[in-house]
Design a protein around this ligand. Sequence first.
Ligand SMILES: [Zn+2]
Ligand SMILES: [Zn+2]
Length: 403
Amino acid sequence: MKASHVLGCRHCGTIQATPDRHRGVLDCAACGVGLERFTGRSLDAALAISVAALLLLLPANALTFITTSLFSAEEHSRLISSTTVLWRQGWPVLAIAICLFTVILPIVRFSLLTAALGALRLGWRDAWIGPVFRWSNALQTWAMADVFLLAFLVAYARLAATITVELGPGAICFIAAGVLTLLSRATLDKKAVWKLIAPQAAVDVCQPVLSCEACELLVPATQAKRPCPRCGRRLLARKTDAVARATAYTLAGAVFYAPANILPFATIPINLQPTAYNIIGGVHDLLEAGLYGLALLVFLASFLIPVLKLTAIAWFIYSVRAHSSRKLVFKTRLYQLVDEIGRWSMVDPLTVAAFVPVVRYNTLLTARAEAAAPFFTGVVIFTILAAKSFDPRLIWDVSEQTA
Ligand SMILES: [Zn+2]
Ligand SMILES: [Zn+2]
């Protein structure tokens, strides 16, 4: 039987028919997780958001970001200042990560997205569009303009209590770009874009088929290990060494988790005294300052989410190894949650990155990153990689074998 309205669920691997026309969300028949979301928004809207975000990121990088003043002294920063100051404070790995997440990757991501959507808008169907769109999607996790926006709010709330903080034009542009990043994530109808790049060709679903990990194109299983005709990704039935790689990243994250929580995270001036704080201490300070919402947010992002991620991925790995067929739907949904929220844990390191360049008045009034910040950034990166390298379809595969 040949069919072109078919789909391989990326969460559980079930191959199923999809209706020709549909509105709203289409859920997987097996695991119940959303398969397709028809936002009804046009390609033009997605392209406009992408172009606007890109155009705002350029002045956000070039213009003054924050100015702080204390008595008659002033400090100015630009977006890149976080990187240079962290580097000078002796944290080169942290500096490089911050530079990638806030400066380079947001620009790369929106450049690729603008190129792909712009080409489609012009009616082009060249072979490069698929791979470019795939890369722009892959960078969505690592381009953290939206996470930095939140971090910036936390930093602003903390600084404004001690010194006068003024937002520069760069920060205003960056805030707008951060909001557009959120909007782009919410509105981009990836399925519709993939269909424009190349619609699903009819495949014989009675024969073994496999689904492209990146664009979900269904192809005969005989195509395995070749590049996907639509997006260029190597076609594989399941991610290579998913369990081994997820285990390695989870262990690395767990090892980094202890120093990330025990060591001081940063030193900031509180009541004109340099005060070192660790993650929980930072939450405590925010509570003392009456910033309950921010305290809850930092507690969730910095303490609870990393624990949840490490425990959840360890559970998935155990389930696959133990051929468990219990709570399949719950595990699938939890995997999706872990994969989505992981990047928001970067709020705390990004908060430190936001204020170190503008609190450098004298030996008492100086902010600096401390040893926990790079360890914590390591935890976030390793847990994101663990989630990305794990293949949730394995949870369902092993249960089928035992059934
Ligand atoms: Zn499914
Ligand atoms: Zn593909």
